[in-house]
Every structure is written in C-alpha cells, then in structure tokens.
Design a protein around this ligand. Structure first.
Ligand code: ADP
Ligand code: MG
Length: 259
C-alpha cells in the first residue's frame, strides 16, 4: 500500500478528493458532496450536519444496492409483492400470520413455512412476496422449483460437484422450494432433495409450497420412511399457510368473460 501524506493546501482539492473517495469506496459522497455543499450553504446547515447528510446518503445507497443484489441472487421467477396480494380472495389464509412472517423473524429463528393449496391460489405469489420482504431485510434468499432443484442436484452429482451445490444451498438464510408435488421424483431425486432439507434443518429456513396435503407426500417421495423423516425435520418448527380456495386465475378469467 502506498502511503498517503496529508496535503496541506492543495490548489485544486477536487482531484485528490475524488481519488481518495474512490479509494475509500464512497461513491455517493463523491457524487453528492458538491451539490450538498451548495444546498447546505444556502440553508445555513453547519459542517457536522453536512457530513452527516453525505454519510447518510452513502448508507442509503449502499442498502439499496445490497437489496438489489439479494433480489438478483434469489432468482425469483417474477416480481410479486405482498402488497399486491388480495387477502380477501382467500379467506382461509391467515393474514396476520403472513404479515408477521414478512418481518423476517422466522428466518432468524430458522423456522420453516409450508404453503398448501390447489393450483392458482397464490402460493407462488406469496412465496415470492415473503422472499422479497426477506431480501429487503438483508437476508440471503434462493428461489427454485422442486423439479429444477432435483435436476440441478442430479446434474451436479453426475458432474461431481454435488458438495459445492449442497453447500451453496445450505448457505441461503431462506430457501424457497416451489411446487413440490407436481411431479413424482425418482428414488435418487427424492434422496437428493431429502439431503437438502436435512442439511438445512435448524441451520436455515425453508419455505415449501405444495398442491398436495401431507398425507399424499409419500406419493412424491416414493418411500414412506423418507417422507416421514423429511416431514419430521420440516415440520419441527413450521408455520403452515392454508391456501384452500378457488383458483385466482380462473376467477379472474371468469370475471373478464362476464364483463
Ligand atoms: P399458485 O402458485 O398457487 O398456483 P400463483 O401464485 O401462481 O398460484 O397465482 C396465479 C396468479 O394469480 C398469479 O399471477 C398471482 O399473482 C395471482 N394471484 C393469485 N392469488 C392472488 C391473490 N390473492 N391476490 C392477487 N393476486 C393473486
Ligand atoms: Mg405456483
């Protein structure tokens, strides 16, 4: 590292200032300091408050970028906010519980969520909404369908990089596994998926959505023993979201047709 001597009175401080701020990784301070200086001078704001404004702007921008990174890394299939979820359309769903879950404390407590209900009742929408809320709180989130996860695991195993994928999956603070149950799994697929749940147990939160009630999960995993062990881990600390209702899509298209 080259030593930086304090410059007593540089003729033009801007060049050095720009250099130092870049080195300190304070791009927002760099972009804002002149404008803020003008505004503060006009409004008679003192130096500590001027500096405070600058560092606050830097923090806000840093936070915004961090959330953006988290959302990108999560690989959500769409952007669905909880704010656009119509709870009135699904009276079976506990809105108070969902609002509480959106605060993300279940993730700190490493608890799981299972959303159960037929197709079109908003399971994926809700899962993305909760995932986005977690990203906004700075948590690391991953979103994947059960089918794609099994494909990824099988491929990774064939290419002898299963351990790497498994450790990446274990690192997410919240892993969302959507659409468990749409396709039955092969024995290897079921075992690989089971490993994921097993490795996340009490280490991270998992959110599973499924169109199947628990008693039918055996038909997905093929083995009663495996399903039992999986449900045991998954439901030890769990919040169940009952999403029993009519398909929102169907209702909307019916409403459109009659309009
Ligand atoms: P599921 O995953 O249960 O099959 P989706 O979450 O994919 O259902 O919902 C289907 C479509 O209907 C999506 O576009 C979703 O945004 C919308 N949707 C479902 N339920 C609601 C709801 N209660 N409020 C607003 N939009 C909803
Ligand atoms: Mg879905």
């Amino acid at each position: 590292m080259t030593k930086t001597e304090p410059t007593a009175e540089p003729a033009d401080p801007k060049v050095l200032l720009s250099h130092h701020l870049k080195k300190l990784k304070l791009p927002t301070v760099l972009a804002e300091y002149e404008k803020q200086a003008r505004q503060c001078a006009e409004a008679g704001v003192d130096h500590p408050r001027y500096l405070l404004r600058l560092v606050e702007l830097e923090l806000i921008e840093r936070q915004r970028k961090m959330v953006e990174r988290r959302v990108r890394a999560a690989k959500f299939p769409a952007t669905k906010e909880l704010a656009s979820f119509d709870f009135k359309a699904l009276p079976s769903l506990n809105k108070v519980l969902v609002t509480e879950l959106a605060r993300g404390e279940f993730i700190t407590r490493r608890e799981n969520i299972i959303a159960l209900g037929p197709s079109g009742t908003g399971k994926t929408h809700l899962a993305i909404g909760l995932g986005l809320a977690a990203c906004q709180r700075g948590m690391t989130v991953g979103f994947v369908t059960a089918a794609s996860l099994v494909n990824q695991l099988t491929e990774a195993r064939d290419e002898k990089r299963l351990l790497r994928l498994q450790s990446a999956l274990a690192k997410f603070q919240l892993l969302i596994i959507d659409e468990l149950g749409y396709v039955p799994l092969s024995q290897t697929g079921a075992e690989l998926l089971f490993e994921v749940f097993s490795q996340r147990y009490e280490r991270g939160s998992t959110l599973v959505t499924s169109n199947l009630p628990f008693e039918d999960w055996t038909s997905v995993f093929g083995s009663e023993r495996l399903t039992g062990a999986l449900l045991d881990r998954l439901t030890h600390h769990v919040h169940i979201l009952e999403m029993n209702g009519d398909s929102y899509r169907l209702k909307q298209s019916k409403a459109r047709r009659s309009a």
